[in-house]
Design a protein around this ligand. Structure first.
Ligand SMILES: [Zn+2]
Length: 399
């Protein structure tokens, strides 16, 4: 067994409150960690670090847990920059554009879908992400949804069946017919390829009753529910997510006081997607209100070609801080441990003993720079299970 020592860490963010300064981020100065078998085998002060087979030197840089991007639509074809430009010129977002991406995705070869998703995943590694959830939802036929989940499954274990993303054109006058398909043959074909099931439950998308039907069928097929809700209007998303024990309810832009209370008294994570709010010029979700009420908050990119063509978790952290009134510590926690909780994963999003050696070396002395220097590429290297997924040319971590 080979042990790798990563030493010379100026500031280590463990996201483990039992370590370091005892804050929620568990900050340690002048720290080191040892990686064995893809996991953290030792963590502590640099001067006490044990001997190892191989040594890496962070050179006084900051090390944070790899970001957990718990909400993406990474597998698609085409792009919709013209819609973005139109929205910035004053047109509202209605959700209608999904059909364009469905058309482009159906027309694309599996090789094209694979290459596009892999390129976006490489961008994510370069900005510090080590875990990504990927949804289907741009196929909307049995064969195409299967194809999307197969492409996604080659990139991550966190795959989500989102057959109820939009009503495809061929079912425009037959909602019930499409839901029969989603809950029947499509679910049967997709369930073996997915861990989660999701529904776009919002104004202009699927109703509470429709979402309940899809998620009940998915649960019976062994998939755990999550939900797009309360993005475009006040609505039933949060209430339904709590009622059915979803892992997460995502967007949460329009919440009543009752929604916030319901979330606070539940285990459901509120996943906020500031990239979508940014790209649709919508109001930002009120993270401050949720955090003050005691709700567990995650941040994710919602990477998709229509409303958030964004792969950068550092940008989500910066928006969380500047626009959603999170502290820097809260935003970093939400982008790591928060995402891990939204995916019900205990071993990621933290760097304590036994955690996965998923980490990001930042070319700065403090994690605060993630929000303080928005738009700057700060990532020197990204390791997944101890293996380099990205390293900036000339970073020189080895010694
Ligand atoms: Zn989404």
């Amino acid at each position: 067994m080979t042990a790798t020592l990563l030493g010379g860490i100026g500031e280590l963010v463990t996201c483990d409150a039992t370590l370091g300064d005892g804050s929620r981020l568990g900050l340690m100065r002048d720290a080191a960690l040892v990686i064995e078998d893809g996991a953290v085998a030792w963590v502590g002060p640099s001067r006490e670090a044990p001997a190892a087979d191989r040594c890496l030197d962070a050179g006084g840089r900051c090390v944070v847990p790899g970001f957990v991007d718990s909400h993406t639509h990474l597998v698609f074809a085409g792009e919709r920059s013209d819609e973005f430009a139109a929205r910035m010129a004053g047109e509202p977002y209605t959700g209608g554009g999904i059909a364009r991406t469905v058309e482009a995705t159906r027309a694309a070869s599996t090789g094209e879908l694979r290459a596009g998703a892999a390129a976006r995943l490489a961008e994510m590694h370069a900005s510090g992400t080590t875990t990504v959830e990927i949804k289907s939802g741009y196929g909307l036929t049995v064969a195409d949804e299967v194809r999307l989940l197969e492409v996604a499954g080659a990139l991550t274990p966190e795959t989500t069946f989102l057959g109820a993303h939009a009503l495809p054109r061929e079912y425009a006058h037959d909602r019930d017919g499409y839901l029969d398909l989603v809950c029947g043959p499509m679910l049967a074909a997709c369930a073996p390829l997915a861990r989660w099931a999701d529904v776009f439950c919002d104004e202009g998308a699927f109703s509470e009753q429709e979402a309940r039907r899809v998620l009940a069928a998915a649960a019976a097929a062994g998939l755990t529910p999550r939900l797009h809700g309360n993005q475009l209007a006040y609505g039933p998303g949060v209430r339904l997510a709590v009622e059915i024990g979803a892992a997460s309810v995502d967007h949460c832009t329009y919440l009543t006081g009752e929604d916030v209370e319901t979330l606070a008294s539940s285990e459901v994570v509120a996943t906020l997607l500031p990239g979508a709010d940014f790209s649709t010029r919508a109001p930002y979700a009120d993270a401050r209100r949720l955090l003050d009420a005691g709700v567990t908050v995650a941040l994710a990119t919602d990477c998709n070609p229509g409303t958030s063509y964004v792969t950068s978790m550092p940008l989500m952290i910066a928006l969380g801080v500047r626009e959603m009134r999170m502290t820097v510590a809260e935003a970093l926690w939400a982008a790591t441990r928060g995402g891990a909780q939204a995916l019900r994963r205990a071993e990621i999003g933290r760097l304590g003993l036994g955690a996965a050696a998923d980490l990001t070396v930042l070319d700065c002395p403090s994690h605060v720079h993630l929000a303080y220097r928005p738009g700057t590429a700060l990532v020197t290297a990204t390791l997944r299970a101890g293996v380099t997924a990205y390293e900036r040319a000339g970073a020189g971590l080895s010694r």
